[in-house]
Design a protein around this ligand. Structure first.
Ligand code: GLN
Length: 308
């Protein structure tokens, strides 16, 4: 259904209308017990424009844990320092496997398929620890600045809940270390990874925080975190790998660089124009929010904004 929309404010209102039937659909992530307690009947949407306006609809003040969305920020910080060295430690190919798969790791000798799978994010976390001495704090500092919320924090209950049940991520980190692709102790890398995943933002803050990817690497204060080339490259990896074994379907339905997280958030970038953050805790079988994906699909049909 195409509804004519004349301005950004009207677009977000119309997206909310279109998404109502999907709110509450899907299943909250329960392999992290703390996430299983979240009410699935929530939904928020924020559209940040390249010149810094933010338009919102639904519940945009409730914070949720970013989970895998944080991987975009970690990668940006690593690339901002040494843009090419990291590609010796992690590939940038779609995997076609779930986000927490170990299969390719063994066959490819501890070099993860891409930085957005858990295995790749563990390597990026290790690189951040080496480059900056602290991966969690580096990412939190960046989020605080870009979201204009100096109080941004990780939910320690969520981080502990994941750490206590994180056997698969621990297996992955140990396998990567066995192949010699971690330089910091396994437990330290895991601790920083779990705490990064538990960082909390609301949709309004998240859309603002991701805006540098729509602005060729330019931050809120006008300084540059990335070259335009590296910003474009992150968007390319989001498109091809940001939603794991659903990346093809996301390209087909939405056609924008997207990054999902099992907290129910999805960030999408319209290069040069917008950063969007949509959130609904109910997930599909591949770990992406049903309502947030429906919102992005509605946004693209309303505006025609797709990179294709
Ligand atoms: N913290 C989660 C995990 O490692 C992130 C996964 C996700 O959001 N897809 O399993």
């Amino acid at each position: 259904m195409v509804i004519a929309a004349v301005n950004d404010e009207e677009v977000v209102r119309n997206v909310l209308t279109a998404v109502k039937p999907f709110i509450g659909q899907g299943k909250v992530a329960d392999y992290i017990p703390d996430l299983a307690r979240v009410d699935p009947r929530q939904f928020g949407l924020a559209l940040a424009t390249a010149d810094g306006e933010v338009h919102t609809a639904g519940d945009v003040t409730t914070r949720f844990s970013l989970q895998s969305i944080i991987k975009v920020f970690g990668l940006a910080l690593v690339l901002s320092r040494d843009s090419d060295a990291v590609w010796k430690r992690v590939h940038r190919e779609p995997a076609g496997t779930p986000f927490n798969s170990l299969v390719q790791l063994e066959m490819e000798r501890g070099i993860p398929r891409n930085p957005f799978m858990n295995a790749g994010a563990l390597v990026i976390t290790d690189q951040l620890l080496t480059d900056r001495g602290d991966a969690f704090d580096a990412v939190r500092t960046f989020l605080r600045a870009e979201s204009s919320n100096p109080e941004v924090q990780a939910d320690t209950v969520t981080a502990t809940s994941e750490a206590t049940n994180g056997f698969r991520n621990a297996a992955m980190a140990n396998l990567i270390a066995d192949f010699g692709n971690l330089t910091n102790p396994v437990d330290r890398v895991l601790d920083h990874y779990f705490r990064q995943c538990a960082l909390m933002l609301n949709c309004h803050e998240l859309a603002r925080a991701a805006l540098f990817l729509a602005r060729d690497g330019i931050r809120q204060d006008g300084s540059r975190i990335l070259s335009a080339r590296d910003a474009k490259r992150i968007n390319a990896i989001m498109l091809t790998c940001g939603t794991y074994d659903a990346a093809g379907d996301f390209a087909y339905r939405i056609g924008l660089p997207c990054k999902s997280g099992v907290g129910g958030g999805i960030v999408a970038i319209v290069p040069g124009r917008y950063a969007l953050a949509a959130w609904g805790p109910g997930l599909d079988q591949k770990g992406s929010s049903v309502a947030a994906a429906a919102a992005l699909e509605a946004f693209v049909s309303l505006t025609g904004c797709s990179i294709f």
